[in-house]
Write a protein that binds this ligand. Structure first.
Ligand code: AMP
Ligand code: ZN
Length: 137
């Protein structure tokens, strides 16, 4: 690591400490939300970002995330952050219309180890564009 890169890493660390924002340290979706890691954006407003999943499981596979790291997963939804989750579902309906998923679609949020969650920043998968395999629930 160069001295410059080290200095910038330390500065970043202090910024996280100042903001008491440890959750978003090293969080891929926080970095995508900040624009530090590129994504194929489908929708954006003040609180929400939607982008294409890098490893699509269906013809339409979009991830919808809160820009702020308000929760690791659905297990952390509280009265304090549930308005954002409600807003996300409004946006999901809007995206489904824009993507012409008129014949239906599926929304999934994996949570924790048993839920096979891989990125611990709450997110909702929109899957559609074909008849999906038999449902799990
Ligand atoms: P989950 O397994 O529910 O935590 O979902 C994480 C999703 O993020 C997976 O479907 C991945 O394919 C997707 N993913 C991982 N890295 C990226 C990335 N850089 N851009 C877009 N999607 C990603
Ligand atoms: Zn995050």
């Amino acid at each position: 690591m160069t001295a410059g890169a080290f200095r910038s890493a330390v500065q970043k660390l202090f910024l996280y400490i100042e903001r008491n924002d440890f959750k978003s340290m090293d969080c891929l979706f926080c970095e995508i939300a900040k624009g530090n890691i590129p994504s194929t954006k489908v929708y954006e407003d003040e609180t929400v970002l939607a982008f294409k999943d890098i490893n699509p499981m269906a013809p339409v596979h979009i991830l919808v995330i809160p820009k702020e790291h308000i929760a690791d997963s659905a297990a952390d939804i509280t009265p304090e952050n549930s308005a954002t989750v409600a807003h996300i579902f409004e946006i999901i309906a809007k995206i489904a219309k824009e993507q012409e998923l008129d014949n239906g679609f599926r929304v999934i949020t994996n949570s924790g180890e048993d839920g096979a969650q891989t990125i611990n920043h709450i997110h909702f998968h929109i899957l559609g564009g074909k008849k999906l395999p038999e449902k799990m629930a």
